[in-house]
Unconditional design. Structure first.
Ligand SMILES: Cc1ncc(COP(=O)(O)O)c(C=O)c1O
Length: 362
């Protein structure tokens, strides 16, 4: 049987996700496994969001509101934009695909950093378009060079800020300079999946910039600081005009009932979010100290993960940590061999991870 699989599908690789705890337990016969691989929230989610989910269980038979009306209202209020400037999907991952479906055709180009969130590349190539990958500068995005790479074929430029997997940010002042050089016909995606963790005053205010730059699209998610990764809820902010087009492409029932309701509860629970920042900051300081003691270089992070430089092959270290029940993200899968990306966990998880890391590093 010869199926007609599109050549674009034949040419992309399957995404290798962080291993789930259940798989590692099953494959390695382990009882206790700690996952610090996918930048999930080690504190879980807001107790108020959990309560909402429990209360909605009897509504499972109904389709969710395809407009995510209440969620968009809540987000609009919080972010000071209209509800029609917001679009929602099953994770920002789903929305990255929607952006590619909306703006890219065969032979178009989209520009991204060489080491960044890999879904921009995959979804670009699935549309038959070309990914233009710009080498990193000091382990961060070279935003000048990214903008220099714009051609007549460029349709999207992807800025991941803070960048995954490096965890660093580019600054407001530097971004303002390059923004002036981006033509209005090019869509500027600001992927801010980790924005809630950023404390720096130098971080670009993308929503403010959107007011003057109608080609900006901001992407955010409930999967990280809000701790709702499993429910799959991401959102974006753009002009009402662009949101109108994106809504034609988004699957009508992408955001399920539990996700919509839990996201609203999570958004309003500032007490939980403050606990998330505090814990993340305390644990970041603890881990910086431990890495320093171990003479391991790291990239200063603005997120809930840290990239550390092993200065040696990362694959054997990753494998050895797995056998000890610690799942982290090896650099070889992220375009940074010899590095490990480690999610900041609870003190208990971090201590276990550091102990295991010391053992496997010898
Ligand atoms: C930079 C970035 N963008 C988008 C996503 C997708 O997140 P989700 O689909 O869970 O919203 C992730 C997840 O790791 C990410 O790191």
């Amino acid at each position: 049987m010869s199926y007609s699989i599109r050549k674009e599908v034949l040419n992309v690789e399957k995404y290798v996700a962080g291993k789930p705890i259940s798989e590692v337990k099953r494959e390695l016969g382990l009882d206790h496994v700690i996952k610090l691989a996918s930048n999930e929230n080690p504190l879980g989610c807001s107790p108020k969001a959990k309560e909402v989910i429990k209360n909605m269980i009897n509504d499972s038979a109904l389709y969710p509101d395809s407009a995510s009306y209440e969620l968009k209202l809540a987000l609009g209020k919080k972010l000071n934009v209209t509800k029609d400037q917001i679009f929602c999907g099953a994770g920002s991952d789903s929305l990255i695909k929607v952006l590619c479906n909306t703006f890219l055709s065969e032979d178009d180009e989209s520009i991204m950093a060489s080491v960044t969130f890999p879904r921009y590349d995959t979804n670009t190539r699935l549309m038959g378009a070309k990914s233009i990958k710009i080498p990193m500068k000091n382990n961060g995005l070279d935003i000048e060079a990214m903008v220099d790479a714009i051609t007549d074929k460029t349709k999207i430029i992807w800025f991941c800020n803070p960048n995954n997997p490096t965890g660093n940010i580019f600054k407001k002042e530097d971004f303002n300079k390059v923004l002036k050089r981006i033509p209005e016909r090019v869509i500027i995606v600001m992927d801010e999946a980790y924005v809630e963790y950023v404390e720096s005053d130098d971080f670009p205010d993308s929503l403010e910039l959107l007011k003057e730059n109608p080609n900006i699209i901001v992407l955010r998610t409930f999967s990280k600081a809000y701790g709702l990764a499993s429910l799959r809820c991401g959102y974006g902010i753009a002009t009402e005009e662009l949101v109108g087009y994106l809504n034609r492409v988004i699957n009508p029932f992408d955001v399920n009932l539990f996700a919509q309701s839990a996201a609203i509860a999570a958004l309003l629970d500032e007490e939980f979010l403050n606990k998330v920042y505090e814990t993340n900051n305390e644990e970041k300081t603890y881990l910086y100290g431990e890495f320093k003691n171990m003479n391991l270089d790291y990239i200063k992070t603005h997120t809930n993960f840290i990239m550390i430089n092993l200065n040696r092959d990362d694959k054997p270290i990753y494998d050895a940590l797995l056998k000890k029940g610690i799942i982290i993200r090896p650099g070889f899968l992220l375009g940074m061999p010899q590095w490990l990306r480690i999610t900041i966990g609870t003190r208990h998880q971090n201590e276990k991870m550091i102990k295991a890391l010391k053992e496997v590093m010898g």
